[in-house]
Design a protein around this ligand. Structure first.
Ligand code: HEC
Length: 163
C-alpha cells in the first residue's frame, strides 16, 4: 500500500524531526539569555511569520485546481520545524512590558500550563499533518489541514492580541 516515494517521504520526515529536535535544543538554549528584547522579539515574530507563510503556501496549493504536492511537502517541513522550535520564543519578560511591538499577551506567562498545552497541541497536530502529507491523498490532506488551522486559531484566540 505504501509506495517507495511515500516511504522515502516518511523517512525524510523522521530524520528531519530527530535532527531538528537535537539542533534546536543546543542552538536556542545558548542564545536565549543574552539576546536583547528587540532581537528576541524580532526572532519570535520572524518565526511565526515564516510559519504563516508556509501555511499560506499550503492553503494556496489546496485551493488550486492541480495542487503541487512538492510545494505542500516543503512547506510542511517548515511547519513541523516551527512546532519543534516554538518552545524557545517565550522567555519571561518578553511580552508587552518591553518597548517592542509584540502581540504576545500576558496570559502566556500567567497561564503557563494552558499555554504549554496549546503548544503541545500544535506539536501533535503538525506531526499528524506531516504523516498525512507523506501519504499524499489530497482529500485527507484537506481534512488534516483544517485541524491544523484549528490549533493556530485556538492559541491565537487566548494568547495573541487580535490585529
Ligand atoms: C501556542 C500558541 C500559538 C500557536 C499554536 C500558533 N501561534 Fe501564531 N502566534 C502566537 C503568538 C503568541 C504570536 C504573537 C508573537 C509576537 O507578536 O510576539 C503569534 C503570531 C503569529 C503571526 C504573526 C507574526 C508577526 O509577523 O508578528 C502569524 C502569521 C502566526 N502567528 C501564524 C500562526 C500559524 C499559521 C499557526 C499554526 C500553524 C500558529 N501561528 C500557531 C502563538 C501561537
Amino acid at each position: 500500500m505504501i509506495n517507495l516515494q511515500n516511504r522515502i517521504a516518511l523517512c525524510r520526515a523522521l530524520v528531519l524531526l530527530v535532527s531538528l529536535a537535537a539542533a534546536s535544543v543546543v542552538l536556542v538554549r545558548a542564545q536565549d539569555e543574552e539576546m536583547s528584547d528587540a532581537d528576541y522579539i524580532a526572532a519570535r515574530r520572524q518565526h511565526y511569520g515564516e510559519l504563516g507563510t508556509a501555511v499560506k503556501a499550503i492553503r494556496d496549493q489546496l485551493k488550486a485546481s492541480a495542487p503541487n504536492l512538492n510545494v505542500i511537502r516543503e512547506s510542511t517541513e517548515t511547519v513541523v520545524k516551527a512546532s519543534v522550535t516554538q518552545y524557545h520564543y517565550f522567555r519571561a519578560g518578553s511580552g508587552k512590558e518591553t518597548e517592542e511591538k509584540t502581540a504576545a499577551l500576558p496570559t502566556i506567562w500567567s497561564e503557563p500550563a494552558k499555554f504549554k498545552a496549546a503548544q503541545d497541541n500544535f506539536r501533535v497536530e503538525a506531526d499528524a499533518f506531516n504523516k498525512v502529507v507523506a501519504y499524499g491523498d489530497l482529500s485527507k490532506i484537506q481534512e488534516a489541514f483544517k485541524s491544523l488551522g484549528g490549533v493556530c486559531k485556538a492559541c491565537h484566540e487566548h494568547f495573541r492580541e487580535p490585529d
